[in-house]
Design a protein around this ligand. Structure first.
Ligand code: SF4
Length: 497
């Protein structure tokens, strides 16, 4: 039985997390509680009283924000009301864990930074990213806005981060920016986020959008890792994908990167697409590995709603992708890459030793990252958030904006507060993706104050019996059999409701 403490107005301030004290005092000062009044606990920032079912015009409190959790349903709280007083029963042990966790999410952290560049010259048939064609005229004001956004967020976060150790330019087609523009963003990151001297700074490059002068310029601007969207060595695949570059363009982009002095070059490939064959895929793998890249990300094609390819497949114009064939292609890739000296360190990522993506690792370890640009997502200080998607709206909101509460920017679209339960689930799901390192159970316990076996013992045992998880010392791993059905594993760690 967990220790419980019944609290009243006198004891409330001493048994609550510091960040809640102010709110609870505010609540207890009110003497006219209504029987049907509930308190909504919106994250740990505020507590908002509302009447159940309807808004009472006499109440001067705002309605709960979207996403707020009803306090009465919170696992930590049970609140009872009487006509003119409030009592609450609080699980002290959970509060202590929560307080520790809050302390952790608010302690100064080492960040990763993501800059979303939302411009492309054409749209690929499978693409659902937040990117736009024909808006090149906005690149200049966009870069200004992005730098301004970084400054505003950095100012709001003074004392809440130590430094940034990675910066990733994704998109979109970041290589549409000029080296000067990329340099301006990197300089801003150094100045305002203390971007470390040896930080990993990646730029996604679209074949056909660079020449030697430009890629050299990116290197001089501070980029030290490039990720080239090769996708396939088969011209039929590239045509189906609506890629405007040829395989020769991709090969040339790779050689240019090497000539410019890049020692860390990654390639992206897509498998499991309609019409693809194992022989063609094998040819793609062999041809691309002969270049000796340092890192490879292999993505299975997904039919995203609202994309041209999805419409073509739904209308029967293009055959549905064959998932059994995709599974075979995945196995082929695993074998070929292992032969080529690559280590699979994540479900979809392989690298030469020492060339794992530090930026993506931050995501998989569920550590804080800030997203800048239209539609960019971020997660820090216990919240997940995302920006508005249209480029014009983004620029306007940043131009008119002011410093907001960390980690938000004036371009915020929405956010959700991470509960400790959500954070545990995410840490497991993301961590298990790191197939070589596995999930560090001791680190989990340090972070959340609870043994993973105490919280998820049943699920772990069942998955181990099914041959999908294995335990080794203080780590948990997906078995190879589980790589292709990882969602079956992950769903076991999701909350019931
Ligand atoms: S280049 Fe990338 S971001 Fe641009 S349309 Fe193609 S897939 Fe989408």
């Amino acid at each position: 039985m967990l220790p419980l403490l019944t609290i009243n107005e006198e004891t409330i301030p001493n048994c609550l997390p510091n960040l809640l004290k102010k709110s609870i005092k505010f609540v207890t000062l009110r003497k006219t509680q209504h029987l049907d009044e509930f308190f909504y606990f919106s994250g740990w920032f505020e507590m908002v009283p509302v009447r159940l079912g309807r808004q009472d015009s006499n109440l001067r409190y705002p309605a709960p924000k979207a996403g707020a959790l009803p306090l009465g349903h919170s696992p930590m709280w049970r609140v009872l009301y009487h006509r003119d007083m409030m009592t609450a029963t609080i699980d002290v042990q959970k509060i202590a864990l929560y307080e520790k966790w809050i302390g952790q999410v608010n302690s100064p952290s080492i960040l990763s930074l993501y800059a979303h560049i939302p411009f492309c010259t054409t749209r690929c048939t499978y693409c659902a990213f937040n990117t736009y064609t024909g808006l090149e005229a906005l690149i200049e004001p966009f870069v200004e806005a992005l730098c301004h956004e970084m400054i505003l967020v950095a100012q709001s976060g003074a004392g809440k981060f130590v430094s940034a150790h990675t910066l990733y330019f994704g998109g979109g087609t970041p290589s549409l920016l000029s080296p000067d523009q990329v340099g301006q963003i990197i300089t801003t990151a150094h100045k305002y986020f203390n971007l470390e001297t040896h930080a990993e700074i990646t730029l996604e490059v679209n074949p056909g959008s660079i020449d030697f002068g430009k890629i050299k310029g990116f290197k001089a601007a501070g980029i030290n890792r490039v990720s080239i969207g090769v996708q396939s060595a088969q011209s039929a695949d590239l045509e189906l994908f609506g890629r405007k570059h040829s395989f020769e363009d991709a090969a040339q982009a790779f050689q240019l990167a090497r000539r410019a002095g890049f020692e860390n070059v990654s390639i992206d490939l897509i498998y499991g697409a309609p019409y693809q064959t194992r022989a063609g895929w094998q040819n793609t793998l062999d041809t691309v590995l002969a270049w000796e890249p340092d890192h490879a990300s292999l993505y299975t094609l997904t039919l995203e709603p609202q994309t041209l390819l999805e419409r073509q497949v739904s209308s029967g114009k293009v055959p549905f992708p064959d998932s059994d064939l995709a599974a075979d292609m995945y196995e082929d890739a695993k074998e070929t890459l292992a032969h080529g000296g690559f280590r699979q360190y994540e479900i979809s990522n392989w690298s030469r030793p020492g060339f794992e993506s530090r930026h993506n690792r931050q995501y998989w370890l569920n550590k804080p990252f800030l997203g800048f640009g239209p539609g960019a997502h971020g997660a820090a200080a216990g919240v997940r958030y995302w920006n508005v998607r249209p480029v014009n709206d983004y620029i306007r909101q940043i131009e008119q904006g002011k410093v907001c509460a960390y980690p938000f920017s004036p371009a915020l679209a929405d956010h959700e507060v991470a509960t400790i339960e959500m954070a545990m689930t995410e840490t497991i799901i993301l961590g298990l993706r790191l197939v070589h390192d596995g999930l560090d159970c001791a680190a989990f316990e340090r972070r959340f104050g609870r043994s993973i076996y105490k919280v998820y013992g049943n699920q772990i045992d069942q998955l181990a019996q099914q041959g999908l998880l294995r335990k080794n010392q203080d780590r948990l791993y997906l078995t190879e059999k589980a790589y292709l059905v990882s969602n079956r594993v992950f769903v076991q760690f999701m909350p019931d409701d």
